[in-house]
Design a protein around this ligand. Structure first.
Ligand code: ACO
Length: 156
């Protein structure tokens, strides 16, 4: 927490965060489409029921009153996969990292990654993996990641 600049805090995504602009941050990452608050909340509830599997972390910018939350400016997800391989190993998947365009370059992205990696380690993951575009490789290398493997995809 203290690692973030003054005026920003980390916390888990809350059921009320549709109103605080969670989707606005993701919109800088990829196409979102029209999602109503009810649809967003249904997905939130589903993730919450999968106990210990989805952790969505957000960075919130404070308002003029430091106790007031102005908007979400960053988000990132850790998906915890429980495997049979590696003696029932637990592997972390980092997904949907996004820092609001006007807040990029302030070190928030690297702090998001460090926080998700710390949580992954604490819940017992032996490693975290992620897919990214070539233009973001340098960012993830700065976050301590090494390039490995080949990404494949199959659209339906
Ligand atoms: N390529 C190379 N280096 C980079 C890049 C990049 N694309 N972006 C940041 N860096 C460097 C910075 O210069 C900084 O280096 P320094 O410590 O030497 O000064 C370091 O990485 C940390 O940068 P931050 O300020 O923490 O990065 P930022 O807060 O801007 O977040 C992010 C980076 C998440 C890629 C942001 O630009 C973003 O949200 N982009 C749009 C969405 C996106 O592409 N998300 C990643 C999708 S992949 C996934 O989710 C697994």
């Amino acid at each position: 927490q203290s690692l973030l600049p003054t005026g920003y805090t980390f916390r888990s995504l809350r059921r009320s965060d549709y109103k605080l602009g969670h989707l606005d941050v993701l919109a800088d990452l990829a196409h979102i489409g029209d999602i109503s608050e009810a649809e967003w909340t249904e997905r939130f509830d589903y993730l919450a029921k999968c106990e210990g599997t989805y952790l969505v972390l957000v960075i919130v910018e404070a308002g003029d009153d430091e106790h007031e939350e102005k908007r979400i400016v960053g988000t990132g997800t850790l998906v915890v996969e429980r495997k049979f391989l590696f003696k029932l190993g637990i592997q972390g998947h980092i997904e949907d990292i996004g820092i609001k365009a006007d807040q990029q370059g302030k070190g928030l992205g690297i702090k998001m990654l460090n926080a998700l990696d710390l949580i992954a380690k604490e819940v017992g993951c032996y490693k975290t993996i992620l897919d990214c575009s070539a233009k973001n490789e340098g960012f993830y290398i700065k976050c301590g990641y090494d390039k490995e493997g080949t990404e494949m995809q199959h659209y339906f």
